[in-house]
Design a protein around this ligand. Structure first.
Ligand SMILES: [Zn+2]
Ligand SMILES: [Zn+2]
Ligand SMILES: [Zn+2]
Ligand SMILES: [Zn+2]
Length: 176
C-alpha cells in the first residue's frame, strides 16, 4: 500500500507519475519499484500485477519482477523529490497536527500517540486503534477478498482500485 492520499497537503500539485498504477496511492520512495515503462509501484502491487495480468494498468506495457528496480537505485533524484512532498501525519484525522516531508513521516507515525486513538470500522463495527486500520482492512471479517479476486483479469485491477478508494471513507473517529 502507498501513502494515504488524504494526508497529502497539496495533492493537486503532484505529478501523476508519483502514484502507483494499482492502488493509486503515493508511493513510499524507499519501497517503490520502477517498472521498465518507468511507472512506480508499491512492492505488493507490483507482485499483484506480475501474478495476474502482467500489464501496467497505465500503459499496458509488460511488467516483470526481473525488469523492475528499486526506485532508490534506478532514479535517486526522483526518490528524493518524492521524499520531500509535504504531508500530514497519517493520524491527523485523530487530531495530530504534525506536518513534514514524506521521508520523515514513517518515523514520526511509528511513535505518534494519535496512532493509538480509537476508530470504528464502518464495515464490521469493531473498534480498533488508528494505526491498525491498514492491517484491519486486510483482515476485516466483513470483507471477502476471495470474492473480489475471483473476477480475474482486468476487472480485478479495477475492483482493487475501487476498494482502495472506498477504504478512505470506511473509518470514522471513534468515541473518546
Ligand atoms: Zn500500490
Ligand atoms: Zn507503465
Ligand atoms: Zn502524528
Ligand atoms: Zn472491519
Amino acid at each position: 500500500m502507498g501513502f494515504d492520499n488524504e494526508c497529502i497537503l497539496n495533492i493537486q500539485s503532484l505529478a501523476g507519475e508519483y502514484f502507483c498504477p494499482v492502488c493509486r496511492l503515493l508511493v513510499y520512495p524507499n519501497e517503490a519499484l520502477q517498472s521498465q515503462c518507468t511507472h512506480l509501484y508499491c512492492k505488493p502491487c507490483l507482485t499483484y500485477v506480475v501474478s495476474t495480468t502482467r500489464a501496467c494498468p497505465y500503459d499496458g506495457y509488460l511488467v516483470t519482477e526481473a525488469d523492475s528496480k528499486p526506485l532508490v537505485e534506478s532514479n535517486k533524484m526522483l526518490a528524493d523529490t518524492i521524499g520531500k512532498i509535504a504531508v500530514h501525519c497519517l493520524y491527523h484525522r485523530s487530531g495530530c497536527t504534525w506536518q513534514g516531508p514524506l521521508s520523515e513521516c514513517t518515523a514520526h507515525c511509528s511513535g505518534c500517540a494519535f496512532g493509538n486513538s480509537p476508530v470504528v470500522c464502518n464495515r464490521c463495527g469493531i473498534q480498533i486503534v488508528h494505526r491498525q486500520v491498514q492491517e484491519h482492512a486486510q483482515n476485516c471479517p466483513s470483507v471477502q477478498p476471495q470474492a473480489q479476486q475471483a473476477k480475474g483479469g482486468q476487472d480485478t485491477a479495477a475492483a482493487g482500485t475501487t476498494a482502495a478508494a472506498e477504504n478512505e471513507q470506511l473509518y470514522e473517529p471513534g468515541p473518546f
